[in-house]
Design a protein around this ligand. Structure first.
Ligand SMILES: Cc1ncc(COP(=O)(O)O)c(C=O)c1O
Length: 388
C-alpha cells in the first residue's frame, strides 16, 4: 500500500485523550478534564431548533449561514466591541469555533509560514497550523502578564516568515485575560510587521470580577487584519450543536466561505435557528451559568489556597484553574499519572498546552461543587502524604 498523507500523520493524539485512556477501567475517579459546560442547552434554544425542523427548515443554507443569524452575530459583536461588520460579507457561520479557526488559517497561511502562539495555549491550534503545512512558533507567556505575550518576547520571535499571531482572551488553559494596554502593544507590533491576528474569543462572555476582555480587533489599524473567532459552545452550553462563527475583512471571510462550500457546505440548519434564538432571546440563562462558574471558581481557588506546594493562578475568565506544580520537582505528566493512580483524580498535564508548560496542570471547574470539594480534598491528601 502507498503511504498515507503527511498531513494525516502530523497530528498526534491529544494528551487529554491519553489521560482518559489511563483512567479506563478505574473506579471512583473524579475528572477535571472536560472543557465543556456541564449544563444543558437552555430550553428556548432547543425549542427554536425543534420549531425550525417542524417548519421545514431541512435544506442546505447559504454557505456563510442564514442571514438572520449573521445579522444577529454582527449586532451582538457591535454591542460588545463597537465594531461594524457587514452581515452580507464579513460574517461566516461555522461548525464551532474549531472550524472557524481552521478556515481562517487555511485562508491566510501558506506552506512554511510561521504562526505565533503562546506557550501555554489551547492544544488544537498547533495541530491546525500543521494541517495547513505551516509552522507553529511558540512564545512563552507568563502569569505576571495574565499569560499574554510580553511585547518584547513577541517582537523577538518575529521573522520574515511570520504571518500571524494568535490571541486567545480569556484563555484556555490559563483563564488569563489580556489587558487592553498589552493588546495595544501587540497591535502596534502586528501593524509594524504587517501580520494577521486571529483573535479567539470563545470564552469572552465567561468572565469574573471587573475585568472585561477587550478585542484586539477594536484597536486602531486592527479590524482590517484581525479575524475574530467566536462560538455558541461555551456561552450557551451548545458544544454538541457545532455552531461557531468568524468576523473579519470581507476578502478573508469571502475566501473562508469559498472553503466552507467545499468542506461542510453549511452548518446544520436547525442548529443555526437555535443559535439565532440564543442571541435574540433573554440572556438570563447565560447570566445564571456565569454565576455558577463564578461560585465554582471561587471554591476551587479557595480549596487550592489550602493545598501545600501547589500554586493556583486566579482565573479571570473561562472555566479552568491553572496550577503551578513546579515545587514538587515532578514533570506535570508524571504528576498527573501519579495523582490518578494514587488519588483517583484526573487533571490535564501542561505539556498538552506547550513544551514549556509541563510544570502546570489544568483543572476544568465546569463541574459540580461536590466534585470540586471532593477532588480538591483528594489532591490535598495526596500532597500532604507525598510532599508534606
Ligand atoms: C480556546 C478554544 N477555542 C476554540 C474552541 C472550539 O470550541 P467549539 O469548536 O466547540 O466552538 C475551544 C474548545 O475547547 C477552545 O477551548
Amino acid at each position: 500500500m502507498k503511504s498515507l498523507s503527511q498531513v494525516s500523520q502530523v497530528v498526534t493524539p491529544s494528551p487529554i485523550r491519553e489521560m482518559f485512556n489511563k483512567a479506563i477501567g478505574m473506579e471512583d475517579v473524579i475528572s477535571f478534564t472536560v472543557g465543556e459546560p456541564d449544563f444543558q442547552t437552555p430550553d428556548n434554544i432547543v425549542e427554536a431548533a425543534v420549531k425550525a425542523l417542524r417548519n421545514g427548515e431541512h435544506k442546505y443554507t447559504p454557505n456563510a449561514g442564514i442571514l438572520p443569524l449573521r445579522k444577529a452575530i454582527a449586532k451582538s459583536t457591535k454591542e460588545s466591541h463597537g465594531i461594524d461588520y457587514s452581515p452580507e460579507n464579513q460574517v461566516i457561520v461555522t461548525a464551532g469555533g474549531m472550524e472557524a479557526l481552521i478556515l481562517a488559517m487555511l485562508t491566510i497561511l501558506d506552506e512554511k509560514d510561521e504562526f505565533i502562539l503562546g506557550d501555554p495555549c489551547w492544544t488544537n491550534y498547533s495541530r491546525q497550523i500543521l494541517i495547513c503545512k505551516a509552522t507553529p512558533k511558540f512564545v512563552k507567556v507568563k502569569a505576571e502578564n495574565s499569560f499574554t505575550f510580553d511585547p518584547e518576547d513577541l517582537e523577538n520571535a518575529i521573522t520574515d516568515k511570520t504571518k500571524a499571531i494568535l490571541i486567545n482572551s480569556p484563555a484556555n488553559p490559563t483563564g488569563g485575560i489580556a489587558s487592553k494596554e498589552l493588546l495595544e502593544e501587540i497591535a502596534k507590533i502586528a501593524v509594524a510587521h504587517d501580520l494577521y491576528v486571529i483573535s479567539d474569543e470563545v470564552y469572552n462572555r465567561l468572565v469574573y470580577g471587573n475585568k472585561r476582555p477587550c478585542s484586539i480587533a477594536s484597536l486602531p489599524g486592527m479590524a482590517e487584519r484581525t479575524i475574530i473567532i467566536n462560538s455558541f459552545s461555551k456561552t450557551y452550553a451548545m458544544t454538541g450543536w457545532r455552531v461557531g462563527y468568524a468576523l473579519g475583512p470581507s476578502e478573508i471571510i469571502g475566501n473562508m466561505v469559498k472553503l466552507q462550500e467545499n468542506v461542510a457546505a453549511c452548518v446544520n440548519s436547525a442548529a443555526q435557528y437555535g443559535a439565532l434564538a440564543a442571541l435574540e432571546d433573554s440572556q438570563e440563562a447565560v447570566d445564571s451559568m456565569v454565576q455558577s462558574y463564578a461560585r465554582r471558581r471561587e471554591l476551587i481557588v479557595n480549596e487550592f489556597s489550602t493545598i501545600p506546594v501547589l500554586h493556583c493562578y486566579e482565573p479571570q475568565g473561562a472555566f479552568y484553574a491553572f496550577v503551578d506544580i513546579s515545587e514538587t520537582g515532578m514533570k506535570a505528566s508524571e504528576f498527573a499519572s501519579d495523582l490518578l493512580e494514587k488519588a483517583r483524580v484526573i487533571v490535564v498535564p501542561g505539556h498538552a498546552f506547550g513544551e514549556d508548560s509541563d510544570r502546570y496542570i489544568r483543572l476544568s471547574f465546569a463541574t459540580s461543587d461536590e466534585a470540586i470539594r471532593e477532588g480538591c480534598a483528594r489532591i490535598r491528601g495526596y500532597m500532604k502524604k507525598n510532599f508534606g
